[in-house]
Design a protein around this ligand. Structure first.
Ligand code: 2AM
Length: 183
């Protein structure tokens, strides 16, 4: 599926990232948790629709590079994997509360590596720091003490996405620009 970028966007670069997104039911579950945590600990909760796990953040990308980007990654073949989200954590420096799994399957890291290698070979620049999977739930929190574990949330990951982060009057909105199936 390809979603056309809005015509009005054409004059400026788009803020892009690759991610996986859970089904609506899981987004709602994590969204409810985010709301609860923001009430309890302060900060701004992520809306359910925006709940995702980033694979690679590309940042501002010129519009004329987007087709090249899509073509470059289209031959990546990743395998399906399951995530069990059962913890929350806190990054004091970034002021975020996030959800995460105890362990992540090798298929996730292989997919991220494949995207990075392909983009590097195609001349794209990106932040190449070690990948730390996390699902941001609340921003601008200054204090949080995570409980031991949560009721586990099972998330089967069957596809990965190219997404655009857009500032709108209603806040940040994530738009799916393209998607690829895992096998
Ligand atoms: P975050 O939730 O930890 O901020 C869209 O902005 C997605 O890309 C978010 O999941 C965000 O992670 C991630 N991301 C990674 N590096 C980023 C950066 N340097 N600036 C903004 N977002 C970044």
């Amino acid at each position: 599926m390809k979603t056309k970028l809005l015509k009005t966007d054409n004059h400026k670069p788009a803020r892009l990232f690759f991610a996986v997104q859970p089904a609506n039911t899981i987004q709602k579950q994590l969204g409810n948790l985010a709301k609860k945590l923001a009430i309890e600990w302060g900060g701004r909760c992520i809306k359910p629709d925006n709940i995702h796990l980033t694979l690679l953040f590309l940042g501002e990308t010129k519009m004329d590079k987007i087709d090249l980007l899509r073509t470059a990654v289209t031959n990546i073949t990743g395998k399906r994997f399951d995530l069990t989200i059962q913890k929350t954590g806190f990054w004091k420096r970034n002021q975020i509360i996030y959800a995460h799994a105890d362990t992540y399957p090798p298929e996730l890291f292989s997919l991220v590596d494949a995207i990075k290698n392909t983009l590097r070979d195609s001349g794209f620049k990106f932040d190449d720091r070690a990948y730390k999977p996390h699902i941001t739930l609340v921003r601008k929190t200054t204090l949080y003490t995570p409980p031991e574990t949560l009721q586990p949330i099972e998330w089967p990951v069957k596809e990965w996405l190219l997404m655009q982060s857009k500032q709108t009057d209603q806040g940040i909105r994530y738009i799916i620009l393209d998607r690829w199936q895992l096998h």
